[in-house]
Ligand binder design. Structure first.
Ligand SMILES: Cc1ncc(COP(=O)(O)O)c(C=O)c1O
Length: 430
């Protein structure tokens, strides 16, 4: 059966077709995206329809920081699997990973583990709310599917629109959670001050370590001041940004002073593992309120994370990735200029992105066109990407040659005003 038909049937069996919005073909190329993979190594993906692609897109939504099926990590995982992964007794690696992580987050003394990012965030919010009477959470960015976060849209359906995902309906979220969270735009320190002035019952702040941009120095300064003056608990979500530009969170480079930090995604190079790391006075509450789950003590995630960190340290992966990301971003800018295309870019270098920027054209048509034409060049590509250690300089140069070719084609389409695939454009909203 072809991928296209499998997806059609999957939509009947699985609501939405799969468990993760970001891997749905509608977000890339509604008809034509390969959708299913057979096997993957490095940046190579063989689709179920037996086509080979180089992945210059989301690399398993940022999990495969070392590349797919990294031999160093996989070897250690396989060895662990052969010795048993979930027994009556605990695995030693949970302790080892806690020790390792605390070396990188010097402000913290304790760690709790989970598997997914969203559940780790829910854990962090519970811990923070257990530690303060000021239960309202001020947040910036995306933090998962749990009630505490989606409840932001109870008071205004557009509250989350500037925080990655648009149109999230607060269906099934208890109305009693209305106004328990308050959104603030990333790097908007003036708004942040206003919110905490107005809401005396707001005692927790959640920000991402970086998304499209780095944390600005004024935003960081304001957060550190609020923390000192109002004793707010500062949680930094590094689920997506973490490990890409330093060992641990990018908050360190920005000078932000957190109370709790969350990692996920890249931490296990694709094996599920997430961590909530924080000050003892808050983390201890995690054992007073009830937080516990069977799958969290399974061994593979810990082993994978230890191996991934080891590999990252030995190979200075974060330096490598940032350098390559910067190069790709700058190359997009010069290639767009060369081909008379108008783009804007975001400069979190390890996750670079560009946006076509035309006033009278639906830019999503152009982004879809880019994906379609790059697919013909045998690349999985969209207008944003997660850089991995497995993207070699040689392959990056080949990819950029294809970008050049595709930008030229888009430029010609624009001149002739032929935007053929407007009916089948991608849809990023929920
Ligand atoms: C910053 C951030 N927080 C939380 C999450 C949720 O993590 P997960 O999808 O593993 O539940 C994500 C996922 O994209 C994220 O980017």
């Amino acid at each position: 059966m072809k991928s296209k038909n499998i997806w059609k049937n999957a939509l009947k069996l699985i609501p939405g077709g799969n468990g993760l919005l970001s891997k749905r073909p509608l977000r890339f190329l509604p008809s034509g995206w390969p959708t299913y993979f057979k096997d993957a190594k490095g940046i190579n993906i063989n689709s179920l329809d037996n086509k080979n692609y180089k992945d210059f897109s989301i690399m398993g939504i940022g999990t495969a920081i070392l590349g797919y099926s990294n031999s160093y990590v996989d070897k250690k995982v396989k060895k662990a699997i052969s010795k048993g992964i979930n027994t009556t007794l605990n695995c030693y690696e949970e302790y080892l990973l806690a020790k390792e992580l605390l070396k990188h987050d010097r402000f913290a003394q304790q760690v709790k583990f989970a598997k997914g990012g969203g559940e780790a965030m829910a854990m962090a919010i519970r811990i923070a709310r257990s530690s303060t009477k000021k239960y309202k959470v001020v947040f910036s960015g995306y933090h998962g599917w749990h009630d505490w976060y989606i409840s932001a849209n109870l008071s205004n359906i557009k509250n989350l629109n500037n925080h990655l995902l648009k149109n999230l309906k607060p269906l099934g979220i208890p109305k009693s959670l209305k106004n328990s969270t308050i959104p603030v735009d990333f790097n908007n320190e003036k708004k942040l001050i206003q919110i905490f002035k107005k809401n005396k019952d707001a005692g927790i702040l959640v920000v991402e370590g970086a998304r499209n941009q780095y944390l600005s120095s004024n935003f960081v300064k304001t957060i550190n001041q609020l923390k000192r003056k109002k004793k707010i608990i500062v949680i930094v979500d590094e689920i997506t940004s973490g490990w890409r530009e330093t060992l641990g969170g990018v908050y360190k480079k920005a000078g932000l002073l957190p109370d709790i930090v969350i990692y996920g995604k890249a931490l296990g190079n694709g094996y599920p593992i997430s961590a909530v790391i924080g000050k003892k006075k808050f983390m201890e509450k995690g054992n007073k309120t009830f937080i516990s789950s069977t799958a969290w003590t399974e061994r593979v995630g810990f082993v994978a994370a230890l191996a991934t960190i080891d590999f990252m340290k030995k190979n200075k992966v974060f330096i490598n990735i940032k350098k390559k990301g910067k190069f790709i971003l700058n190359s997009w800018i010069s290639l767009a200029k060369k081909n008379n295309l108008e783009i804007t870019t975001n400069n979190f270098y390890s996750m670079p992105s560009f946006y076509f920027n035309y006033k009278n054209i639906d830019n999503e048509v152009l982004h879809t066109m880019f994906t379609k034409l790059m697919l013909e060049e045998k690349y999985l590509a969209t207008n944003y990407m997660f850089i991995s250690f497995a993207h070699s300089d040689e392959r990056i140069n080949k990819y950029l040659k294809s970008c050049d070719k595709v930008f030229l084609k888009i430029s010609k389409f624009l001149k002739k005003k032929i935007l053929k695939n407007s009916k089948t454009k991608r849809r990023l909203t929920y």
